[in-house]
Design a protein around this ligand. Structure first.
Ligand SMILES: [Zn+2]
Length: 271
């Protein structure tokens, strides 16, 4: 599933390749993804002569902005953007956006959990706290509300209504780096550990953005490259392997929390 760094990489790539281009046409090759396409509105936003102004990220969603309005795009489980290089549609290509200069951009999504929705109608999946912002995270973590919560710290990190876009990979990696057990309830986490967590989350996400994200299943960047953050995963997917922290003799364990796997070192993530 594309998480924040993967989404940010598409945002950067779309801005680099397409910002400022004049739109020729948009085509939809089916009626719906997770939700039906609002075609009337989308045709207006992407009508001929409009400019593709920019793309930006809100939580794990992308916002595509033209001179006539904006659309929120969620990549869902398997969505991605690719340059259109031939006239024939590729498998699972659901949207084609063409520009006056001859270039084209495809939205491809095998599992179709993604969506394109007009900006004003969105609210549920965007949250106020940006996980790339250490100060915002610290304010959130040190708030009375969070410090008294009786949910696990892993569940807190995964709650998209509270923090937009951390997701499973980066949640387990952040807890490892901050040396916090994923089983800890929020009210059991010390002040210092919350501060550590606020510090490591943006560092890990920035590193992942820099490395092009994590390619653990189908994710490819716009130019078809795999990200390489998975090469530096410390715990994610490493069940039964040795802990990579210096001097730690622990083994990585896997447990399931709210239906998702969590990997952690039971020795250095005791607290
Ligand atoms: Zn360890």
């Amino acid at each position: 599933m594309p998480e924040l760094p993967e989404v940010q990489n598409f945002v950067n790539a779309l801005n680099k390749s397409y910002a400022g281009l004049k739109i020729k046409e948009i085509q939809f090759h089916r009626e719906n993804l997770r939700y039906p396409f609002q075609k009337k509105e989308l045709f207006k936003i992407f009508s001929q002569g409009n400019f593709f102004q920019r793309c930006y990220r809100e939580g794990k969603q992308m916002v595509l902005e033209t001179s006539q309005g904006s659309v929120h795009v969620s990549l869902g489980m398997s969505g991605s953007f690719k340059p259109i290089l031939s006239k024939s549609l590729e498998k699972h290509q659901h949207v084609s956006l063409y520009f006056e200069n001859g270039e084209g951009l495809a939205y491809v999504d095998p599992r179709r959990f993604g969506f394109w929705i007009i900006k004003q109608e969105i609210d549920s999946e965007t949250s106020s706290c940006d996980p790339l912002n250490k100060n915002e995270l610290e304010i959130l973590f040190l708030s009375e509300e969070v410090m008294q919560k009786r949910v696990t710290v892993k569940d807190l990190l995964m709650d998209q209504k509270i923090i937009g876009g951390i997701g499973n990979i980066y949640a387990v990696e952040a807890l490892f780096h901050a040396k916090i057990s994923p089983l800890k309830l929020c009210y059991e986490v010390s002040l210092q550990k919350w501060k550590d967590l606020a510090q490591v989350i943006p560092q890990i996400l920035e590193q992942a953005i820099h490395l092009g994200g994590s390619s653990i299943s189908t994710y490819r960047s716009l130019n078809g490259n795999k990200g390489s953050f998975q090469d530096v995963h410390q715990v994610y997917g490493r069940e039964s392997q040795a802990c990579l922290k210096n001097d730690c003799k622990g083994t990585i364990k896997r447990i399931v929390q709210k239906g998702r796997s969590t990997w952690f070192c039971s020795l250095c993530q005791k607290n």
